[in-house]
Design a protein around this ligand. Structure first.
Ligand SMILES: Cc1cc2nc3c(=O)[nH]c(=O)nc-3n(C[C@H](O)[C@H](O)[C@H](O)COP(=O)(O)OP(=O)(O)OC[C@H]3O[C@@H](n4cnc5c(N)ncnc54)[C@H](O)[C@@H]3O)c2cc1C
Ligand code: FES
Ligand code: FES
Length: 489
């Protein structure tokens, strides 16, 4: 074994050696006497394990000196918190036992019964409390959508979230002790690649794209891990052993998001949460879709690059990326190539990525002025649910109302996220009428033969796919409004 993971917890630097790199933060905490964080599902769904990570805002970047984000400890590998502040429910009350305002609010609102979910709610609320402005109800709902409570009922919990507002900035000792936290965080910052190993596993975390490319070329069988919101489950649910992991999050270049004149250029390790401001500015419909991916804890860790590379047929970003003609910049040992997303997938969860090659960036062209773009995700629940069908459309018309361009990207309809080429062909050069849209909807049966599974039947999927295309037509003609909050479909 070699190397150690260093992070800040309980007001000091903690150094851990020799544990398996796929030990989850939750398992490590509970094995080391911090049992406040609970395990409900071990797959990122229930929020009982919610902890908060704190990081120093990089020099020159806007924002508070320390950024806090809620994450699910059950699918986070311990070495992934190297260099960070780890806060658990044990850290909230101060040394005298005085409750944090978030805990006080939960107490006053009678927002706990059995208490199993309460530490997770407290930590999700803590992150919200430190997010800045006093949250309104939509922000509260958004922050808590990833936390389940079986017995209290959500009304008192929401009431607690509203109550904590007046306390902001008044009694919070985390803000008072910020200088100390920053000094500790500086002391665990790392220059070069982190290398830790233990119990037969190795974890490598390079800092630059060049180092990442060289490392992955040397270890082409390694598993890349960005936010681990997919990979984490391979371990906790799939019981897979992952002998060598290469972590992408510490590579600063992979977080860069550039807003060019005609496209967004997104580093593959940018989290959904980090992407949202740029998407809100340029592609609000896509932003609304991203807000329907998982819940806050998942969006605080999960990345667009991970979604694309994972290649799940029900991955939500790909239908939109296909409709927008997105391209991927791939890197293999420093040699780059650009491939359209349409053509990236070769089969169920397989792609053109070669051994040692990774997704470095994702380029999303903006629709031309006058083009219409919309995306819908149809799932059983609004929050924290997997799509039955996801569909995205982009349309351009000439002055006479004839279709000059049409892209239809679908998820949940085939083994890979895919364009509906027959439906697209059915409308090109035609007048954009209800009849044309209906012909395109019929042509979808040539594009897809969806399967029946636990989420939806084949017939349901086929009907939803048709109806979404017809809905897009009604949206473009003004017969139906497209409210961003209706992206749920
Ligand atoms: C509770 C929960 C809810 C979820 N809800 C949704 C949802 O609503 N919609 C949805 O689409 N997904 C959802 N997911 C799945 C997951 O969050 C997304 O797929 C996410 O985008 C994965 O990103 P990540 O950074 O966590 O990937 P990781 O888990 O770190 O990696 C995923 C895969 O991509 C590979 N990889 C990662 N980055 C790169 C790269 N740059 N180059 C090459 N390979 C790479 C990894 O090796 C791995 O194979 C959910 C997951 C959970 C746990
Ligand atoms: S234990 Fe359920 S989200 Fe972690
Ligand atoms: S208080 Fe019992 S699960 Fe929430």
């Amino acid at each position: 074994m070699s190397g150690s993971v260093r992070f800040v917890m309980g007001g000091r630097v903690v150094e851990v050696r020799g544990v398996s790199p796929t030990t989850t933060v939750l398992d490590w905490l509970r094995a080391n006497g911090r049992c406040g964080s609970k395990e409900g599902c071990a797959e990122g769904d229930c929020g009982a394990c919610t902890v908060v990570l704190g990081e120093r805002t990089p020099d020159g970047e806007a924002g508070p000196p320390v950024r806090y984000r809620a994450v699910n400890a059950c699918i986070l590998f311990l070495p992934m918190i190297d260099g960070k502040l780890l806060l658990t429910v044990e850290d909230l009350a101060d040394e005298d036992g005085d409750l944090h305002p978030v805990q006080q609010a939960l107490l006053e609102a009678n927002a706990s019964q059995c208490g199993f979910c309460t530490p997770g709610f407290a930590m999700a609320l803590f992150a919200l409390y430190h997010a800045g402005a006093a949250p309104d109800d939509p922000a509260i709902h958004d922050a808590l959508a990833g936390n389940l409570c079986r017995c209290t009922g959500y009304r008192p919990i929401l009431e607690a979230a509203r109550r904590m507002r007046p306390h902001i900035d008044v009694t919070d000792r985390f803000q008072r002790s910020e200088a100390g936290i920053l000094a500790l965080l500086r002391s665990v910052e790392r220059e070069g690649t982190l290398e830790v190993s233990g119990q037969g596993g190795t974890f490598l975390a390079p800092r630059t794209v060049a180092d990442l490319a060289a490392l992955y070329a040397r270890h082409p069988d390694a598993t890349l891990v960005a936010g681990a919101t997919d990979v984490g489950l391979w371990v906790t649910k799939g019981h897979r052993s992952l002998p060598v992991l290469i972590h992408l999050e510490p590579v600063a270049e992979l977080h860069r998001v550039t807003e060019a004149a005609d496209h967004l250029d997104i580093g593959a390790a940018a989290t959904y949460a980090a992407l949202l401001p740029s998407l809100d500015r340029h592609l609000p419909a896509f932003a609304a879709l991203v807000r329907r991916i998982g819940a806050a804890q998942v969006r605080n860790s999960g990345t667009l690059g991970g979604n694309v590379a994972n290649g799940s047929p029900i991955g939500d970003s790909m239908p939109a990326l296909l409709a927008l003609d997105a391209e991927l910049v791939l890197n293999r040992d420093g040699v780059r190539r650009v491939v359209p997303l349409d053509g990236f997938y070769t089969g169920y969860r397989t792609s053109v990525l070669q051994a040692g090659e990774f997704v470095e960036r994702i380029r999303i062209p903006f629709p031309d002025p006058g083009e219409r773009f919309a995306v819908w995700k149809v799932s059983k629940r609004r929050d924290q649910d997997i799509s039955a069908v996801c569909a995205a459309f982009r349309l351009s018309l000439d002055d006479a109302g004839g279709v000059t361009g049409f892209r239809a990207g679908y998820g949940g309809m085939a083994a890979i996220p895919a364009r509906a080429r027959a439906a697209e062909a059915a409308v090109i050069g035609r007048p954009w009428t209800a009849q044309t849209a209906a012909a395109a909807a019929e042509a979808l049966s040539l594009d897809f033969s969806p399967i029946t599974d636990a989420r939806a039947s084949s017939d349901f999927r086929a009907a939803v796919a048709r109806n979404l295309l017809l809905r897009f037509h009604r949206y473009t003609t003004g017969e139906e409004a497209y409210a961003l909050e209706d992206v749920h479909g």
